[in-house]
Design a protein around this ligand. Structure first.
Ligand SMILES: [Zn+2]
Length: 253
């Protein structure tokens, strides 16, 4: 018994040492050596641009200067979204793009943990006790080829940090829409129109809860608006959105 546990301990010690020697921790974005795992090097961390107050209370877009507590962005006034509030952790720039790319196409759960920590801070106003986290779904064909949905990974990381439940089946993608990259705002809207549907049993699953939709990147907002419409159709009364990154026009992306 004693011998067994010391073998286990030795094994664990050897395992840890060997792992560190074989795979010394590297920056999540650029692979430069770093002191601790699940982190960015200091240069990449400085390049990451957090979105903090002052910001539009509806769209979460950063303001250059504070315009007062209830001042909305011109975008939110011109085209009010179906969701109540959107919050994003960082501006979608080169470092954010590298992180999201690795999160999407590589099997890197430590990235979801890192992004989740920043999203938990950015979305702090949204973590009421009645909230349920719902990832923006991938179509099953794309899910099969990628093996996992990056937004589900982010929602699970957020669920662990906030203690909120995650319901990845509340809304599904019924149309395998082409990639949105390179499409204009109007084309994006047409592309995702009717692409999502709430679960037939969504009302019972929601039980009066507020939805916090989880996405990796907000570009024009066409996708999150389409998902919100599907959720409202399915009986959701309030929908908020949180993303890791967001395209901010006029910023040095
Ligand atoms: Zn780096």
């Amino acid at each position: 018994m004693e011998m067994g546990s010391s073998i286990v301990k030795t094994g664990r010690w050897l395992g840890g040492t060997l792992l560190d020697q074989l795979y010394p921790p590297v920056c999540l974005s650029c692979d430069a050596p770093v002191a601790t795992a699940d982190a960015l090097c200091s240069q990449c961390f400085r390049s990451l641009r957090s979105i903090t107050a002052p910001l539009c209370p509806v769209l979460g877009l950063p303001f250059e200067a504070s315009l007062g507590p209830d001042a909305r962005s011109a975008e939110a006034i011109a085209d009010p979204p179906p969701f109540e509030r959107a919050r994003s952790a960082v501006v979608y720039n080169d470092v954010a793009r590298a992180l999201v790319g690795k999160l999407k196409y590589g099997d890197r759960p430590e990235l979801a943990r890192f992004c989740g920590r920043l999203m938990a801070q950015a979305g702090h106003e949204l973590w009421g006790p009645d909230a349920v986290l719902v990832p923006v779904p991938l179509h099953r064909v794309r899910l099969f080829s990628r093996r996992y949905n990056q937004s589900t990974e982010l929602a699970r990381a957020l669920g662990r940090l906030t203690g909120l439940p995650v319901d990845p089946a509340l809304v599904r993608r019924r149309k395998n829409t082409p990639h949105q990259v390179g499409l204009s705002g109007d084309a994006r809207r047409r592309n995702v129109a009717g692409a999502f549907a709430a679960h037939p049993d969504s009302l019972r699953r929601l039980k009066g809860r507020r939805v916090v939709l989880v996405d990796d990147v907000i570009t024009t907002g066409a996708t999150i608006k389409a998902v919100t419409h599907a959720l409202i159709k399915g009986g959701a009364e309030r929908v908020d959105v949180v993303s890791f990154a967001r395209v901010v026009t006029g910023s040095d992306a």
